[in-house]
Write a protein that binds this ligand. Structure first.
Ligand code: FES
Ligand code: FES
Length: 170
């Protein structure tokens, strides 16, 4: 008995960075592959495909999740945000997290960066005024071979401080 039709493509519609997008996906296609190959959102990187490295992290309905650990069909009807959505404004100006990473040299090869940015964006909404230890715990879900993490920690802490200051003066 066939448990699934190997080559059957299912229509998937999701909201990617605020824009409704549709494309077909076979039953076993990973969300990471769907984003990259069907929707062209190649900012999301794929490293281990085992849920270890964190490179593929996106936000699904606001929550940071590994896109290599779920199927595209599971994202049908959901809101998915990727690193491309962190830019602010129509002129694609970098968002505050991205600018801080640039200022602090928080990336070298950049392979891990999109995933770390997506986890950081979710984290700072949950923990707006984090300690260094809390930032390091959040980063423990990501592997970076280049930076030694310290510059990433500094960038995230700086953005937290900037946002706190802005909210106090709002
Ligand atoms: S590619 Fe998804 S966790 Fe490594
Ligand atoms: S910047 Fe190269 S893996 Fe993190």
């Amino acid at each position: 008995m066939k448990l699934y039709e190997k080559h059957t493509a299912y229509p998937i519609t999701l909201t990617l960075n605020g824009v409704q997008r549709s494309a077909p996906a076979e039953a076993r296609m990973l969300l990471s592959d769907f984003l990259r190959h069907e929707l062209g959102a190649t900012g999301t990187h794929v490293g281990c495909e085992h849920g270890i490295c964190g490179a593929c992290t996106v936000r699904v309905d606001g929550v940071a999740q590994r896109s290599c650990m779920q199927l595209a069909v599971q994202a049908d009807g959901r809101k998915v945000d990727t690193v491309e959505g962190l830019n602010c404004g129509a002129d694609s100006e970098l968002g505050d997290l991205q600018q801080a990473f640039k200022r602090h040299h928080a990336l070298q090869c950049g392979f891990c960066t999109a995933g770390i940015l997506m986890s950081s964006s979710h984290f700072l909404e949950q923990v707006p005024d984090p300690t260094e230890q809390q930032v390091r715990e959040m980063l423990s879900g990501h592997l970076c071979r280049c930076t030694g993490y310290t510059n990433i920690v500094n960038a995230v802490l700086e953005v937290a401080a900037q946002r706190m200051e802005r909210s106090e003066h709002a």
